[in-house]
Ligand binder design. Structure first.
Ligand SMILES: NC(=O)c1ccc[n+]([C@@H]2O[C@H](COP(=O)([O-])OP(=O)(O)OC[C@H]3O[C@@H](n4cnc5c(N)ncnc54)[C@H](OP(=O)(O)O)[C@@H]3O)[C@@H](O)[C@H]2O)c1
Length: 494
């Protein structure tokens, strides 16, 4: 269904996110007929460009990203919706111009005065920009028009800063107006975790400690820090990935069935799951966490430098580019089932997946034979690069002898539904326009995540757990293998 009329205000319209992800996503929505006729885009940034130049740039960005045949008329329509206000985030006069521009646009009332603000900029500007908007009444919903703000990650860099950001947002708007975005949640497979678990009768009965041996969550990247060395060196893998992407997957896989698919019900269950995770005390960080940095290595046949030789990285940096942890979820469903999480840069491949490893069969059938024990069933929810679900099970190898081999049943989104090339932002932008907050993150869920990560950050910063290295282009450090190995388990290869 087409979204209702509204104006999307992109604060940071000249940036990479807008060009590479937001505009292509809006284009896909336009092609799918999901954008209203009364839709406008107002851009705000410092860059001195004319509206025509900005439109040409954004058009180029869409053409470069879209893989399917271009629908020129929808593309023309979309870029024709763009207007621009030039100004800095620190500049009161710039926001006055923005407010005046919006007031003029609102006069024709076609968009109903509904505004969706997108903070497509670095996090240090989030508070200031929201205050500027609030001061000009742009977040005021008392006139009947809705006003929503999409906030990009990162949502703080520790518990204290996340709380401060949430408090700053709460001082100028209601929590219901805040849409904290994590674009992983726009991926079909991520959303499908809920449908898969709760929409199918066969999986939920076995989704618990009685049948599940352990869970692995992997977010592996093959890229290094590229041009983001300065930012990354201040951040590290733990902060950058764990409280957002990995915990998002953890909550969807681990949470209890919500009473409905309403946002509040989903968010309540996500918060409860995080509250059930046992914090890793600083004294246990040496045992339950692995902190590592990539050294020089080879990837796709090419030599690649180590982290310390990357541009804008401190030569003596102790920042981790890899993190692995074992978490215990202390509730009725998961007691005794370890959740192993890992993420890293410059690994052998780009891969995001959740592996549910089931317990082994009792083996009674094979006791008398010299057949190797069949491997345990694995359900793999693959999120990147391909969006798919596969189930591994043992089958008999044809022939007179009884031997088994693991085989796979596989469902691939793109092949089945014939959709591809989506950025993940399509669903999220559409949901924000239609007021569905289910896939956005609530303040308390963010804080519950940071509350778990904070003790690890502190222990790591105090060097309570030594920093190890791994060669670029591998599956990570040997210490991460040992983390599972001592429990008699193994990572699924990256
Ligand atoms: N890029 C991605 O792939 C990606 C993916 C996920 C999330 N994100 C998040 O999205 C946000 C934006 O990332 P990005 O990559 O688009 O950053 P970026 O390329 O650096 O763009 C930042 C934008 O903010 C504007 N800006 C910066 N300082 C400003 C100031 N003082 N006053 C007014 N405008 C200012 C810039 O405008 P001028 O150029 O005119 O100065 C530019 O339009 C970040 O929070 C990032 O973490 C990015």
């Amino acid at each position: 269904m087409t979204a209702g009329p509204c104006t999307l205000v992109i604060l940071g319209v000249a940036g990479d996110l807008t060009r590479r992800l937001l505009m292509p996503a809006l284009y896909h929505l336009a092609v799918d007929g999901l954008l209203p006729d009364a839709f406008r885009i107002v851009g705000y940034a410092r860059t001195e460009v004319t509206e025509d130049e900005l439109r040409a740039r954004l058009r180029e960005g869409i053409v470069a990203q879209v893989s399917s045949a271009l629908d020129e008329s929808r593309l023309d329509w979309l870029v024709s919706r763009v207007t621009y206000v030039q100004g800095a985030f620190e500049d009161e006069a710039g926001f006055d111009r923005l407010a005046a521009h919006l007031a003029t646009l609102d006069q024709d009332a076609a968009d109903g005065g509904h505004h969706l603000y997108y903070l497509a900029t670095a996090p240090e500007f989030f508070e200031g920009v929201c205050r500027q908007l609030g001061d000009r009444g742009l977040l005021d919903e008392s006139g009947g028009a809705w006003r929503r703000v999409i906030v990009e990650k990162p949502f703080g860099r520790d518990l204290a800063s996340a709380r401060a950001l949430n408090a700053a947002l709460a001082s100028v708007m209601d929590e219901s107006q805040v849409y904290r975005i994590d674009h992983y949640l726009g991926k079909e497979t991520v959303q499908n975790i809920l449908v898969f678990r709760f929409g199918n009768g066969i999986f939920e009965p076995i989704w618990n400690r009685r049948y599940v041996d352990h869970v692995q969550i992997t977010v592996a990247e093959s890229v290094g820090v590229e041009t983001r060395g300065g930012y990354y060196d201040e951040t590290g893998a733990l902060r950058d990935m764990v409280p957002n992407h990995l915990f998002q997957l953890l909550t969807l896989v681990g949470m209890e069935p919500p009473s409905s698919f309403q946002p509040a019900a989903l968010h309540d269950e996500q918060a409860k799951l995080l509250q059930a995770v046992m914090p890793i005390e600083p004294s246990a960080c040496g045992v339950n966490t692995v902190r590592a940095q990539y050294a020089a290595g080879r990837l796709d046949g090419e030599s690649v430098p180590g982290y310390l030789d990357e541009a804008r990285v401190d030569a003596g940096s102790g920042t981790e580019t890899y993190a692995a942890l074992t978490l215990a979820v202390d509730n009725w469903r998961w007691a005794g089932v370890p959740f192993y999480l890992r993420t890293g840069k410059r690994l052998a491949a780009k891969r995001t997946e959740v592996v549910i490893q089931f317990r082994r069969a009792p083996l009674a059938l094979f006791r008398q034979s010299d057949v190797a024990a069949p491997s345990a069933n694995q359900l793999v929810l693959s999120i990147q690069p391909e969006e798919s679900i596969s189930l591994e099970f043992a089958a008999k190898v044809p022939g007179p002898e009884v031997t088994t081999a693991p085989v796979r049943m596989r469902f691939c989104y793109e092949e089945h539904f014939k959709i591809g090339g989506r950025t993940g932002y399509e669903t999220l932008l559409y949901d924000a326009m239609t007021g569905d907050r289910s896939l956005f993150k609530r303040a308390d869920v963010i804080e519950a995540g940071w509350a778990l990560v904070d003790p690890m950050l502190q222990a790591w910063e105090a060097n309570a757990c030594s920093l190890v290295t791994y060669p670029a282009g591998t599956d990570g450090p040997a210490e991460a293998d040992a983390l599972l190995g001592r429990d008699g388990r193994r990572w699924r290869p990256v």
